[in-house]
Design a protein around this ligand. Structure first.
Ligand code: GDP
Length: 361
């Protein structure tokens, strides 16, 4: 893929974008995650998932494979896509990284048979407030009466297979939903007609989380849109930006923390500081663990060890003294030129902001 030094440089200089899923209950958020991951959490196949890391990483090769029917000639410049596994508001509001949202882009899921619902509007308001980019997945298109399944097909191809009646019903519902968005002050358009995609007009991607139509389009749009418009945000920084999602005791690993590495690189042996109940915890990374990519995600208790990991990634960190670490705070790496006391101070500052958020809710 690499064609010379300059292109390989730009490929190396962008991190993976981070995406989260929002929307009203029962619109298919969990099912959509399952569909893109190739798992089945929604039907109770939780098994290994519950002890996973809270984010699924899709390497670029995987995205390329899933989207090849779209014949997208544009290159993927990001190494992959990191999708946060907890659907809903909480993942969006609680997962913050030093004041800004953790997600670079959101998928707002709307059920085509229901249109906008109360939590859709709540989600929209959060997105507006944070000024977060999003795309709309207009889900459950397979529920349109007479829908002919075209498993995992790009949406334009799938739409061409449908009868005039189905196409008519689709267009009617789409028009209604575009109007509902307009009433919320949001312009939307089908993504393949949205030439002016930008802050002014948000893209709609029709999907089925059951039969997979539109999923290739969704994946490709997320990656292409972020790499095109968020170059600054996605450029690697030497400073580590990392948020603690969860503190867990794991058999054979002691107490571990699950983190999302948003930017920068973590290494085995790095000296880190995380916020504790009483005091900052100063420790060093004993092991950097991730689940196996994609399909093997379900293998229980089996993790890959890494010497170093580049952002963005969901990671399980094993280190001494993590028992009292606090979820929702930032992890800091002590660099060779850093003063440990200053970094401790920064870590505890985070705790005060987490506490004030808890007080407010
Ligand atoms: P969530 O509450 O938004 O996470 O919704 P779920 O993923 O739990 O889905 C709610 C229900 O809708 C479940 O019964 C799913 O099987 C069903 N569902 C989700 N997506 C689709 C879809 O694209 N088509 C159809 N027919 N059903 C769907």
């Amino acid at each position: 893929e690499k064609s010379g030094a300059s292109s390989s440089k730009s490929e190396d200089s962008l991190r993976s974008p981070i995406c989260c899923i929002m929307g009203h209950v029962d619109t298919g958020k969990t099912k959509l995650l399952d569909c893109i991951r190739g798992t089945n959490v929604q039907e109770g196949e939780a098994g290994g998932i519950t002890q996973q890391i809270g984010a699924t990483y899709f390497p670029a090769e995987n995205i390329r494979e899933r989207t090849k029917e779209l014949k997208a000639d544009a290159k993927l410049k990001v190494p992959g896509l990191l999708v946060i596994d907890t659907p809903g508001h909480e993942s969006f509001t609680n997962l913050r990284s030093r004041g800004s949202g953790l997600c670079d882009i959101a998928i707002l899921v709307v059920d085509i048979t229901h249109g906008l619902e109360p939590q859709t509007i709540e989600s929209l308001n959060l997105l507006k407030m944070r000024n977060t980019e999003f795309v709309v997945a207009l889900n459950k298109i397979d529920r349109l009466y007479g829908w002919k399944v075209c498993r995992n097909a790009p949406i334009v191809k799938a739409m061409k297979q449908q009868s005039k009646d189905v196409q008519f019903e689709f267009n009617t519902r789409l028009t209604q939903i575009v109007t509902q968005f307009k009433e919320q002050g949001i312009n939307t358009e089908l993504y393949y007609k949205n030439k002016e995609m930008g802050k002014d007009t948000f893209s709609i991607i029709p999907t089925s989380a059951i039969s997979g139509e539109g999923i290739p389009d969704l994946l490709l749009l997320l990656v292409q849109w972020t790499q095109k418009t968020m170059v600054d945000r996605l450029t690697y920084s030497s400073e580590v930006q990392c948020t603690v999602l969860e503190v867990k005791a794991i058999e054979g690993h002691g107490t571990t923390i699950d983190v999302v590495l948003i930017n920068g690189i973590l290494h085995e042996g790095d000296q880190i500081i995380v916020c504790g109940m009483q005091d900052p915890i100063v420790t060093s990374i004993r092991a950097l663990l991730t689940p196996h990519p994609m399909k093997e995600l379900r293998i229980k208790g089996s993790y890959l060890h890494h010497k170093e990991i580049k952002a963005a990634q969901g990671i399980k960190i094993n280190a001494q003294g993590l028992e009292h670490a606090i979820a929702g705070t930032s992890l800091y790496v002590v660099g060779p030129d850093d003063d440990v006391e200053n970094v401790k101070e920064a870590a505890m500052e985070d705790m005060r902001s987490v506490m004030s958020r808890i007080d407010k809710s």
